[in-house]
Design a protein around this ligand. Sequence first.
Ligand code: ZN
Length: 323
Amino acid sequence: MASRYLEEVRHRVVVFDGAMGTNIQARKLKKQDFLDGKEGWNESLVLTRPDVIANIHESFLAAGCDVLETNTFGANRLKLGEYGHGTADDVRRINLAAAQLARHCADKFAAPDRPRFVAGAVGPTGMLPSTDDPELGGISFDQLADIFAEQAQPLVEGGCDLLLIETSQDMLEVKAAVAGFRQCFRAVGRSLPIQAQVTLDVTQRMLLGTDIGAAMTTLEALRVDVIGLNCSTGPREMRDPVRFLCEHSRRPVSVIPNAGIPENRDGQAVYPETPADFARHLGEFVAEFGVNVVGGCCGTTPEHLRAVVEVLARVRPKKRELA
Ligand SMILES: [Zn+2]
C-alpha cells in the first residue's frame, strides 16, 4: 500500500518533533494532574490533561516539524500495569486517546501540499527477552508480540500514519514488536509503515552489546521501512553509527538524538546541547551522509527543532540510492 509518509521520506528530509518527557517536566504539573495522582505517569495525561499534551504537540508543529509522536512511549500492558492499569481496556483507552489527540493537532496544521504525520510511539516493555535473567528474560516471543499487537491496534485505529518502535535495547524485542505490528495489521485489514530505532550508548553498542552492523542486518531482514537511532546520547556520539547506516543500508535512515548527554547539576538532569549546535550536527548528517529523517529525543525543545528546520532549509542533502 502506498504511504504518503514514505513518499515524503524519499523526496525530502522529514522532521520529527522533540522530546515529550522533558517538555512535560518543564510544565511543572502537580500530582493531581496525573491519573490516580501518580506523579510522573506521563501516558495518563492524554486522559487527565489532554490540553497539556496538545499544547506540546502544537508547539512542535508551530516550530515546523512534520511528524508528531503520540504520547504512548510506555503505554503497553506491562508498563501500564506498574501503575495498576494494565488491562486490555486500559491499553486501548490510552493509546486510542493519544492517537486521536495527535491526529487532531496534526490535521489542524496540515495543508494539501504540506502534510503532517502522526507516528504511533512504542517503547520497550522493560523486559529483556534475549537475556537469561530470571525476571527480565522470563517472557516468550509470542507473549511479547501479543503485547505489541495490543498496543498497536488502537494506535492504527486512532489515525496514526506509521508505527515507531523506538529506544530499543534488545533486538529480540524489536523482532517481537515488528511481529506484533504485523499481527495487528492483519487484524485491522490494513498496514502502516514501520520505523525502528535502536539506542546505542557511548561505546556505540546496545544495552546487550549489539553493535550497529548487527542491528542493521536484523532490521533489514525484518523488512522495516525506516531504520535508525534515537536517545541515550547526543548527535556527536551518533556520528559514526549514522555514517555506517547511511553507507551500508539502502533503507531510509532516521536520527533522533538527545540534546547531548545529560549532566547532573544539583540533582537535575540538564541537557547541554544548544539548539544551534544540535541543528548544525543534524544538518551535517543530512549533507554528508544522506540521512532522511531527523528529530529530537530527550532534552530537545521546540527551539531545537525550529533551529533544525532552519538549518535544513539551507542544506543540500547527499543523495543516497534507496531500495
Ligand atoms: Zn531520549
